[in-house]
Design a protein around this ligand. Structure first.
Ligand code: MRU
Length: 351
């Protein structure tokens, strides 16, 4: 299984996804700023993966702190957490991971400083291992929507590379294959950073999945020809009303799917659901440098000085989403709010 990030001998080891598929090369981060920079520059990307990397980055930062009292350490690590949260504003997993790490610190404030540093490393490793388990569970709940012989369209990369392992949108596909179903995947190339072309095809081919690459603007034509049975995508932030932020172009795919009567599923670990935001238009949308659009591998493809809009994500309204698949089951988007209610019986709202 591909490992996008891991804690290795006191360092954070990151697979440099910006070089894939040509080169499989790792960065060994020995300072938290290196981890933050790897996140900003998309060497590691995908909401759960950058949450895990941030947690490990925070644990790394803790090792360098010289202060001996809890309050100073907490204050310094809170500042580091804010650095990570600012690296990529749409993915809520970073905030989620930072809150979890800081809460652990607070809950163990009576421990020695050396023990606190160990606990932070252990917690970041737990976040990684739990993510893999969560993805397996998403796979098991999601595989019920894939029939033998189905073709699944996916957008961007919500696979092993985007997570601790196994992927979110890819998990139902991998489980369906384990169940003996024949599954074919159509991967949108996903301009401008080409996560579909460079990453999704690469990892699915390694996993022995039948995958075909298309340009983003081919999705509608293939749907119309009846070649797509269902869509499964990931999410950077899902909110209480079931609206979902994911890679730019996801909204287009969802509208096309509805027009063509094709089910559209979102694989969303609970760590990607933000219960503090009521509705999609309040999700912060990251804008990225214009060069991602005006150049390909350093070669200019548009006139110097042209104006560019480069939104990294879009919001798909809940009405386009057939179901949101979490580790606790698949739910109608309008039932997402209920996941956060005390004492709710999930089996009553599960699909
Ligand atoms: O800009 P990226 O490559 O980080 O965008 C990633 C996505 O849009 C994924 O679909 C999302 O993070 C879910 S990953 C399981």
């Amino acid at each position: 299984m591909v490992r996008s990030v891991e804690w290795k001998e006191g360092k954070v080891k990151i697979l440099d996804q910006s070089l894939l598929p040509e080169e499989v090369s790792y960065i060994e981060c020995d300072h938290y700023e290196m981890v933050a920079d790897a996140i900003r520059t998309l060497k590691i990307r995908g909401a759960p993966a950058i949450g895990i990397a941030s947690a490990m980055g925070l644990a790394l930062a803790a090792q360098d702190i010289k202060a001996k009292d809890f309050d100073t350490i907490y204050r310094e690590l809170k500042k580091v957490a804010d650095v990570f949260i600012s690296t990529r504003p749409t993915a809520v997993n970073i905030k989620w991971a930072m809150q979890r790490m800081l809460k652990l610190l607070k809950n163990h404030r009576q421990e020695s400083i050396e023990r606190l540093k160990e606990l932070l490393v252990e917690e970041s490793k737990n976040i990684l291992e739990e993510d893999i388990e969560v993805n397996r569970a998403i796979g098991v709940w999601g595989a019920q929507f894939i029939r033998d012989g189905d073709t699944v369209l996916t957008h961007c990369n919500a696979g092993a590379l985007a997570t601790g392992g196994y992927g979110t949108a890819t998990a139902p596909i991998l489980v369906a294959k384990e169940q003996g179903k024949r599954v074919r995947v159509i991967a949108d190339e996903t301009r401008p950073v080409l996560q579909g072309a460079r990453l999704t095809t690469w990892e699915l081919m390694q996993a022995g999945i039948d995958v075909t690459l298309i340009t983003d603007n081919s999705a509608g034509a293939l749907m119309r020809k009846g070649e797509i049975d269902l869509c499964i995508v990931g999410t950077d932030r899902t909110v209480l009303n079931g609206d979902v932020a994911n890679k730019i172009g996801t909204y287009t795919v969802a509208v096309l799917a509805k027009e063509n009567g094709i089910p559209f599923y979102v694989a969303a670990p609970l760590s990607s659901i933000d219960p503090t935001i009521p509705s999609g238009e309040l999700i912060p949308i990251e804008e990225r440098p214009p060069e991602e659009v005006t150049t390909i591998k350093g070669r200019r493809i548009a006139p110097e000085g042209v104006k560019v809009i480069n939104l990294a994500f879009d919001v798909t309204p809940a009405r386009y989403i057939t179901a949101i698949i979490t580790e606790k089951g698949a739910f109608r988007p309008q039932d997402i709010r209920k996941l956060f209610m005390e004492g709710i019986n999930l089996s009553e709202i599960r699909l």
